[in-house]
Structures are given as C-alpha cells and as structure tokens.
Design a protein around this ligand. Structure first.
Ligand SMILES: Cc1cc2nc3c(=O)[nH]c(=O)nc-3n(C[C@H](O)[C@H](O)[C@H](O)COP(=O)(O)OP(=O)(O)OC[C@H]3O[C@@H](n4cnc5c(N)ncnc54)[C@H](O)[C@@H]3O)c2cc1C
Length: 396
C-alpha cells in the first residue's frame, strides 16, 4: 500500500523541531470528538489511523520499509509524549505491538508485504487467539488442532478471552499440529481470516458492562498453509517473541499516559481542597516517583529491543510495575473522593463522568491479561534474579 506524502528527513531536524512538527500535525489532524455509538467509534478510529499512515505519521518504531517512521529511541519517546498529549485514539485490536514484530522476524517477504501495511493502516484489525479454557498460564496445554490436508490446514477447537474478537478481520493463533504430549514442540503459528466459514464468535460481557472479549469457535475451518508463520510444530519461539512484545508494547505509551493522568489527579486533589492533607500528599509523592520510574523501565525495555532485537525479562518488570500502579492509582482516587467516588457515569453527581470508578473497575483485569502477576513474578525470579525454576511450573 503506497503512502502518499513525501518522507521527512528526520536527521535534518533538532529534537525540538521534531516535537513541534509532530505536535502541530496532531493539533491540525486530531479526529475531533469521540463518537458515543460503538460502530461509529470504530469507523472513527480506523479513519484516523488510515490518515496517519497515509501521512507517514504512524508506526514510530517500525522500519520505514514496512510503512513506519523508523525513528530513533529518543524520537520515539517524543512521539509517544505528543501522541498522549493529543489523546490520539489507540488502534483497534491487539495486533500491532504483538504480531507485527513476529511477522517482521519470522514471516516471508510475501507475508510481510501482505499483512504489515494493512495492519498499521488499520485496514485489517488483528486479534490474539492464544488462550483456551484450560490453557492460559499453561499455554502449551492448548488443544485447538490443525490437521494438514494438501495446501490447507483444517482447524477445530475453541479460544477464549479474545480481546476485540468481535471486531477482528484476522486472528493470529496458536494451534496444535503435534500430539498433546508434545506440548510446546507440537505448536504452530497460524493466521486465520475471521470471515472463514466455520468460525463462530460470541461476545463476553465483562465487569465494565461492555463486551471487550469474545470466545471464538473453529469448526472444520480451512486455512491455507501460506498463512503459517515459520515452520510446522515450531511456533513456540515465535510465541516467546510475541509475548515479550505484548508485555513491552505500550510500556512507553502507558508511561506517558499515566504522566498525564497523574497530573489530572493532582488537579483534582487541588480542586477538592485536599492538597494539604498529609496522607494524600504522601500518596501523591509515591505515585509521582513511580510514574517517573515507569518511564525508565519502559526505556530499558525499548533499549533491549534496539540492542538485542527482543524485549527481555525487563518487559515483565515493566508490566508488573505498571499494572500494580494503575490499580493502586484508581483505588486511591475512588477512596479520596469518598461517597462521590462511587457514583457511576450517567448520573449528574458523577465526578468527571465517573472515570475514576470506571478505571478502578477496568484495571481489575490488568494483573491477569498478558500473563498474571504470579507468572510475571516467576519470570522475574528466574530470568532477572537467576533463582531456580518454580517447582509448580510445568517442565520445559
Ligand atoms: C483483560 C484481558 C485481556 C486478555 N486478552 C487476551 C487476548 O486477546 N487473547 C488471548 O489469547 N488471551 C487473552 N487474555 C487471557 C489471558 O492471557 C489469561 O487470562 C491469562 O494468561 C491467565 O490465564 P487463565 O485465565 O487461564 O488463568 P490460569 O492460568 O488458570 O490461572 C489461574 C490462577 O492461577 C495462577 N497460576 C497459574 N499457574 C501458576 C504458576 N505456575 N505459578 C503461580 N501461579 C499460577 C494464576 O496466576 C492465576 O491467579 C486476556 C485476559 C484478560 C484479563
């Protein structure tokens, strides 16, 4: 897919000039008010990401040949700060930060050409089909099978907790091509078009009242062998790439977003005349320190990707740190607001449309998705601290 505007020589600009240019572009092209209707909102997000892609203003860390901006680390940080400031809507689906690095590393040139540009432009919404009932933390226990018949795989089984599964154009999945006993040695990485006959998607309503997840059923679904990334039965190293990137993805985005959200919380503390309460000051100081550390953790993750081409175990440190922070921040906000804090959105009495209570509810899931906190701690113990493997973990 050709991009339309002329490319910019980033090296000819200073960091300040780059920041000013990015800020101006977001100010002039920001997509306006977020529609309330979910379908209109999806179209609005997709249109904005398409316009960013066409103007070569998206994919700050992506190589230029795949439609990204190819920015240095320092420039990526500036870009993320300005995107957070402009409240650029996040892309739909879960593909960009997770499957894209996998396709870049393991895909064929045809696969890169076929999928990367449309993914970045949001012409195709990608969703992750890894988890199954009985295969979450213990992912190698997965049971969805793919049987080879000529140039096709025939897929049967079920996935669950597929975020944005109802919006998906494409699922990136793990399927069993070996025996159940072969565990991770019998897993294959397969890309499945969501409109293939035999797929049923059932939305799952969650505690926020929305249906962010779906369960996905595969009944004799035919998938071309060309949709396989890497070799048959050798999908596990790709999973490690994807999972590492999933934990790393958005680390810097979240650091910049939480910088803004903490500033908004500090404004709220002042507005409510609580700025001299010693306990509240103490908690705010703690959050201030942690939001700064979050940025340094994110820098370590991005540095690992630049130096080694892979996010290392620092991504688990970053993920654990952010998820605990966001839960505690929202819990603090709700407590600080007292009775006002539990008024839900839709009521005139709700503080800032009930955003702090909604954040409190929504972040219950943070310490489960992309690996639970217990699993992150195990990874940190083993890979960062060099402790022996948890005897409760299945053998590798
Ligand atoms: C918001 C959110 C979004 C998600 N999005 C997706 C998605 O898009 N695609 C997808 O494929 N999946 C998705 N998931 C699923 C997610 O990856 C799993 O929920 C997660 O890996 C945990 O698996 P499980 O739910 O099966 O729990 P289990 O693995 O059954 O764990 C149950 C409990 O046991 C603990 N436990 C398990 N094993 C160990 C161990 N060895 N040591 C210590 N404690 C252990 C866990 O920490 C947890 O507390 C999402 C989940 C959430 C909450």
């Amino acid at each position: 897919m050709a991009q339309q505007t002329t490319s910019v020589d980033h090296d000819a600009e200073t960091d300040d000039e780059f920041r000013a240019r990015i800020r101006r572009w977001f100010a002039e092209n920001a997509p306006g008010r977020r529609p309330r209707d979910p379908n209109e909102r999806k179209a609005w997000v997709r249109a904005f990401h398409a316009s960013m892609y066409d103007a070569r203003m998206t994919g700050p860390s992506w190589p230029v040949e795949y439609g990204g901006m190819g920015l240095s680390f320092a420039r990526q940080v500036i870009y993320q700060e300005e995107a957070a400031r402009a409240r650029v809507p996040s892309p739909l689906g879960t593909g960009l930060g997770i499957v894209a690095p996998t396709i870049i590393k393991y895909g064929t040139p045809e696969q890169r050409e076929r999928w990367l540009g449309p993914m970045l432009r949001q012409d195709l919404i990608w969703c992750q089909g890894y988890s199954e009932p009985g295969a979450g933390s213990d992912l190698p226990a997965l049971r969805t099978t793919a049987r080879r018949e000529g140039d096709m795989y025939i897929v049967n089984g079920q996935k669950v907790w597929t975020t944005h599964g109802s919006d998906a154009d494409v699922f990136f999945t793990l399927v069993r091509t070996g025996t159940q006993e072969s565990r991770q040695k019998g897993i294959t990485y397969l890309i499945i078009d969501a409109d293939s006959p035999g797929i049923t998607v059932r939305p799952l309503r969650d505690i926020t009242g929305a249906a962010h997840f779906a369960e996905v059923f595969f009944d004799d679904v035919e998938v071309p062998v060309d949709n396989r990334i890497g070799e048959e039965n050798e999908g596990w190293p790709l999973v490690r790439t994807s999972l590492g990137h999933e934990r790393a993805a958005g680390a810097m985005n979240q650091a910049t977003n939480y910088r803004r959200i903490l500033d908004e919380l500090i404004d709220l503390v002042r507005e409510r005349g609580l700025g001299s309460d010693l306990i509240i000051r103490d908690r705010i100081a703690d959050f201030e320190i942690r939001v700064r550390l979050m940025k340094y953790n994110a820098s370590r993750v991005i540095n690992d990707i630049i130096v080694r081409g892979e996010p290392g175990a620092a991504s688990s440190v970053s993920r654990l740190f952010i998820t605990m922070f966001e839960q505690e921040l929202h819990e603090f906000a709700v407590e600080m607001l007292g009775a006002d804090g539990i008024v839900t959105r839709g009521s005139d009495l709700a503080v800032q449309k009930g955003r702090w209570l909604m954040g409190f509810i929504a972040t219950r899931a943070s310490t489960i998705g992309a690996g639970t906190s217990e699993i992150q701690r195990n990874t940190i113990a083993e890979q960062v601290l060099g402790l022996p493997r948890d005897p409760a973990m299945p053998a590798r």
